[in-house]
Design a protein around this ligand. Structure first.
Ligand code: HEC
Length: 115
């Protein structure tokens, strides 16, 4: 926590005094716990906890209109959008997972893809 803050502090100062004055202080402070989290983030663990029960162990479960992660044609940023905001009967995870966790789970589901 301390290290992450020390590394980020100059950045925050330069953002708040620089050209990015539109970023509000509350938005800056949420980055600190995210950074603090980075080392523990494990995409596979997140997948098994939050995604597997719908998408299956290898992303290939297709019943109940669940999209196949094996045959997905989406780019990573499109997948990120689906995970963050939900789509159809896929629930949104933007409130539950932070950016680093979403990135990690997107990288993990990328290993399922067999286009
Ligand atoms: C409640 C069941 C459920 C859970 C839990 C769930 N999904 Fe989904 N997911 C779906 C459904 C249903 C769709 C298809 C949505 C649609 O038809 O628009 C989908 C679609 C997707 C897609 C889009 C695939 C494509 O090619 O269109 C991605 C990527 C995805 N899910 C990733 C995830 C990840 C990562 C998690 C865990 C963080 C997760 N999902 C958790 C049900 C779920």
């Amino acid at each position: 926590m301390k290290t992450a803050f020390l590394l980020l502090f100059p950045l925050i100062v330069s953002i708040s005094s620089g050209n990015f004055s539109s970023i509000s202080p509350s938005e800056e402070t949420v980055f600190i716990p995210y950074q603090d989290h980075l080392e523990e983030v494990d995409g596979e663990k997140i997948y098994k906890k939050k995604c597997k029960w719908c998408h299956g162990r290898e992303g290939d479960k297709t019943k109940k209109n669940v999209a196949s992660l094996v045959k997905s044609q989406l780019m990573d940023d499109e997948k990120t959008d689906v995970v963050r905001n939900g789509r159809g009967s896929m629930p949104p995870f933007g409130e539950m997972l932070n950016e680093a966790e979403i990135d990690a789970v997107i990288t993990y589901i990328g290993t399922f893809a067999r286009p």
